[in-house]
Design a protein around this ligand. Structure first.
Ligand code: ZN
Length: 133
């Protein structure tokens, strides 16, 4: 894994969260995007070299809606950039991690993504992501 690519934060009201993070960073989000397959709308903010992804559920079945119902708003996942997501997925599996989707999915911000089950990562949802060339 190369570096932390972004930190994902679950919010219940994206508009309100956008206002708050715009105040925090002094700049509006550089990107907003819906990912229909995941049932989320996202906003991305830059803080120096780092990125924050805000995620709002678009329907009650969305993983974000379920997360908020169970744990409230807050940090949802940490994403790590990888060069070869298929190689990392098999490496993770051989190390005993449960990979939630062994076939990478198309995520927000032009990335292939795969998630590790939090029960195998001591409670932290980890996202692997690779730029789509
Ligand atoms: Zn993410």
């Amino acid at each position: 894994m190369k570096k932390i690519e972004h930190i994902g934060i679950a919010v219940s009201d994206l508009k309100k969260a956008n206002d708050l993070y715009t105040k925090l960073f002094g700049e509006p989000p550089y990107k907003s995007e819906s990912v229909a397959s995941e049932g989320v709308t996202t906003s991305f903010f830059k803080s120096g070299p780092n990125k924050i992804e805000l995620l709002e559920a678009t329907n009650p079945e969305s993983p974000i809606a379920k997360f908020i119902a169970k744990r409230g708003e807050g940090i949802h996942h940490i994403a790590f950039a990888v060069d070869d997501i298929y190689a990392e997925i098999s490496r993770m599996k051989s190390e005993g991690f449960i990979v939630l989707n062994e076939i990478p999915k198309k995520g927000a911000d032009n990335k292939w993504v795969a998630f590790l089950h939090p029960k195998t990562t001591q409670g932290v949802l980890i996202e692997l992501c690779q730029d789509i060339e």
